[in-house]
Structure formats: structure tokens, C-alpha cells
Design a protein around this ligand. Sequence first.
Ligand code: NDP
Length: 445
Amino acid sequence: MNAVAVIDELKRRFPNEPEYIQAVEEVLTTIEDVYNENPEFDRYNLIERLCIPDRIFAFRVSWVDDKGKVHNNMGYRVQHNNAIGPYKGGIRFHSSVNLSILKFLAFEQTFKNSLTTLAMGGAKGGSDFSPRGKSDMEVMRFCQAFIQELWRQIGPDTDVPAGDIGVGGREVGYMFGEYKKMAREFTGTFTGKGIEFGGSLIRPEATGYGNVYFLLEMLKTRGLDIEGKRVAISGSGNVATYTAQKLLQLGAKVVSMSDSDGSIYVPDGITSEQLDYIFKLKNIYRGRIREFAEEYGCQYFEGERPWHHVACDIAMPSATQNEIDGDDARALIANGCIAVSEGANMPSTPEAIREFLKAHILYAPGKAANAGGVSVSGLEMAQNSQKLSWSAEEVDRKLKEIMSEIHKQCVKYGTESDGYINYVKGANVAGFMKVARAMMAQGIL
Ligand code: NDP
């Protein structure tokens, strides 16, 4: 395989899909050597079959708002690869959603799910519908209309969706309810469900907690501790808030959070009471992070991401893709940042990643560091199929074990001759090898 040639061909065939190409390029350039050590892969043209999704569903979602106006959104599900288990991946509702973004997310998910040690293939779905500013009834009608189109393509052993940006417990509940009604079955077809109807304890916390557990493993490799470290977080949604909660429990200082309108800076660190305020602000009142700055009188940077304004030891981007560019990366490093652990998917641009690797700081790509969410989703699937619920302690213990195992795989495949652990390479090679072997064993499909 010549990675450049494969990428050029994909660019030619999918010219309007920059995020998808970016995600593929990051993986192919790091697995090229190990791929070429196995000539049988190329005879089966494994690489193209791994880059191009198994299938994609696209559909119109028509729904009626509270004033009686009819809206038409697009809905999608990208079933990328099911070589090692049923398709599995979240659903994103955001005005920016398009096929390029969902294809990049489904591609990433395939490698991430492979890393978790659990049996899950990769998928992603979503819509250009934004729940922001919509009433509960509007969100419910939209979720029902979305599932009326999608329900035939998903199922507990076929494809198991979950949440992502704009899709939390409320949306999963409405989609699960409609699925149950259409399919006439009560199965674990969604994860991230409410506790009363098959959800797992610790699933809401899992991505954020898992990212912190991964960070602790990285810090350990340099003999460092989290206590007292200043951490800049972006976002104030599910991943960001539970990352902050775990960091506060461990004695770190969370100095920033953000939303799509701007970021706050709290040099002494956000308190637990203030974090509780943010949690209610975002989940109950559906307000803006600016209101935190007004309430507590801290600095607020309108329209800005945290990276340039904040002196921090650690950055944990937890909002969206491409939110740290080359300039941001250089600013972080110049301000003393020693570790970046990604809660979001692909938050760093290729230039930013190059800067982190060049500076030899600890850098964990999302597909390793944020895999705790889908891991506990996998544990939710296991509990559903056994009709059992495990305690929070048990799920948290398993989550820690999985994050530690992912870390070990990154070290195994990513340690370079000078001892630097290249987590990008480690995660990509480890994730790739398992899927590749399964695809080879199953023939050309
Ligand atoms: P939420 O919808 O709960 O929160 C998203 C946060 O990011 C909000 O604060 C939102 O601000 C902000 N945000 C969204 N889009 C943008 C943007 N374009 N520019 C700036 N800020 C933005 O989503 P999650 O916390 O679930 O997801 C965050 C990231 O983590 C995503 O990349 C997701 O793919 C990834 N992820 C999530 C997992 C999960 O279990 N939920 C698992 C693994 C990864 P606003 O309120 O203004 O929209």
C-alpha cells in the first residue's frame, strides 16, 4: 500500500469530504509500515475496503414545530465496518452535520471500538437538526420522525446507536421509545438509556471519567501526578462536565470551559458548586456559558476557544472536531502545557498534532482517550442481553481496566526508538490489526 496514492484516490472519488479524508490520512500514514509487512492484506485490497463504509443510509426527516410549521431535515446512518461485532456508534444532532463528518466519525469509531477489547464494529449517524432552542415536544417529534425512517436498519445484534453532540439522555429516551414501538421489541438497541429502562450506571460519566483515567496512565509514564495541575477543558456538555467532575475529585484545577459562543477563564479553578451550576445551566435551563461569567464575575472570551488565553499544564478538548489548530497548539506548548488528552473526536488538526509530537509532550488522540464512553456502552449491551444491572463500582472498575488496557496497547505499538510514546501510532496500529485480521478471515465481502 502506498498511503499517498490511496488518499489521492479517495480525494478524487470523494472531493467534498475534507473531514473524512483528514481522518483516513491520519490513520493510513501511521499504519503503512505494518500494513506492508503483511503482503496478503494488499492482495485482498484490504485498505480500500476498510476506508469505504459498508453502507450509508440517507433520508428526509419531516416534522412539525409547535407553531404548526413543517420542517425537513436530513438524516443519516453510516455503517462503516462490522468485522469484529455489530455496528456501534453515536448519533449527532447539530446544524453542521453532513456526510463528510459522519463518515470521519464512523471511520474513527471502527478503530476506537477495536481498541476497547469489546466486540463492536464502527458506525455513526445523525442529522442537521439542532435541538438548541427547540421545545421538548419539538425534540420528541423530531426524534420519533428520525427513528420512523431508521428503525429497520438497527437492532441489538445489527447496529446499536448511542448519543453524541446534541443527543443526550432525553433524545436517546425518545428514540428508544419510538424504536420499541415500531419494532415491537424491548431490547438493548440503544445505549445511554435511562437507568429505569436498561441504561448502565456510569454511562453518562464514562467518556469524561475514562479520559481522566487515560490521562493518569500517561502521566504515570513520566512519574507525574494530577493533583494541583491546571487543566483547560473546552465544551460544557456531557464529556466536558464529567471530565471536570473527575478532575475535581482528584484535586486538579479546572481553569476553563466553553461552548460554541465563547470560553470562561477561572485561574483559581472551578469549584464543585460552580460545576454544579454549569451542569444545571447546560442540561436543565439549556443556557449559555456566558451566564456563568455573569454569575461568578470571571473572564469571558466571546467567540474564542480557551487555548490562547489560558495558562495550563494539561488541555482536554471536549467540544468538537478541529478545535485546536497549529497556532493554538504552539500557544499551549509555549504556555507550559505538558499533556493533551482528547475527549472530543479529532479536535486537533494535523498541524496541531505535528506540533505536539515534535515537542514530545504527552498527546492522546480521541480514539484512545475518549473510548471510555463506547466501552461502557459495550458493558450496557452486555448487561441488557443478560437482563442484569451491575453496580456503579463494578462498571467503574471495568472502565478503569479497559482504559489501562488501551494505554498498554498504545505503549506496545507506539513506543519509538528514543522511548517517546507516539499514542497516535500506537492506537492506530493496535486498532487496525484486530479489524484487519477479522476481515481477512471473513473473506471479501
Ligand atoms: P454535547 O452536545 O453534550 O456537548 C458538546 C459541547 O461542545 C457543548 O458545550 C457545545 O456547545 C460544544 N460545541 C459543539 N459544537 C461546537 C462547535 N462547532 N464549536 C464550539 N463548541 C462546540 O456533546 P458531547 O459532550 O457528547 O460530545 C463532545 C465531543 O465528544 C464530540 O466530539 C463527541 O463526538 C465526543 N465524544 C462523545 C462521547 C459521548 O459519550 N458523549 C463519546 C466519545 C466522544 P453548545 O452548547 O454551544 O452547542
